[in-house]
Ligand binder design. Structure first.
Ligand code: HEM
Length: 151
């Protein structure tokens, strides 16, 4: 169960990143070229937030199974480094990012003008993407590192 969840969580990270990147690109394109906010853009907004929510659900289940998190809460004195990262930093940053994405998605939906929809999506999703990028344990991250693909 733990390793299946970890593999799914690792793969889904790419979908989270790609959907956010594409939404940000569409937001920027929509503003600079004064495009209309189409049904496709609305679906992109909706699915980007949904993919992030799915990753959140997976993350919460993984949190209850992870030996790294169990070690963090074990009461062992030296819970710094990776245990601290997965026990506290990763979850807090990801929660903040997903709340920002959720607010941005809801706000964008309610904006009256198309340019405002694009701007809201661009602003909130960029901020969410930046926080998620910082909180992912990339092989080059100074906080904690994991491989790019897990199988
Ligand atoms: C967009 C949100 C998130 C992204 C992109 C993300 C990404 C990742 C990645 C890439 C890993 C490393 C997987 C590997 O070892 O191959 C990881 C591990 C982990 N994540 Fe997330 N995560 C997100 C949200 C969350 C949330 C909200 C939680 C907790 C509620 C969480 C809990 C964990 C845990 C417990 C681990 C594994 C620690 C271990 O046992 O090694 N993640 N995450």
């Amino acid at each position: 169960m733990y390793s299946t969840l970890l593999i799914a969580h690792s793969i889904l990270r790419w979908l989270v990143m790609l959907s956010l990147l594409y939404s940000v690109y569409r937001g920027w394109q929509g503003i600079s070229r004064q495009l209309g906010f189409t049904e496709t853009d609305n679906s992109l907004r909706h699915w980007t937030a949904t993919i992030a929510h799915t990753q959140l659900m997976l993350g919460i289940v993984l949190y209850t199974q992870s030996p790294m998190v169990k070690f963090y809460f074990s009461g062992y004195e030296d819970t710094s480094g990776e245990a601290l990262f997965f026990g506290v930093i990763h979850i807090i940053l990801m929660l903040v990012a997903i709340v920002i994405i959720t607010i941005g998605s809801a706000k964008a939906k309610r904006q009256p003008a198309d340019v405002q929809k694009f701007r809201t999506m661009l602003t909130y999703f960029s901020l969410g993407l930046l926080i998620i990028f910082i909180a992912i344990p990339w092989p080059f991250s100074p906080l904690a590192h994991r491989s790019l693909i897990r199988y």
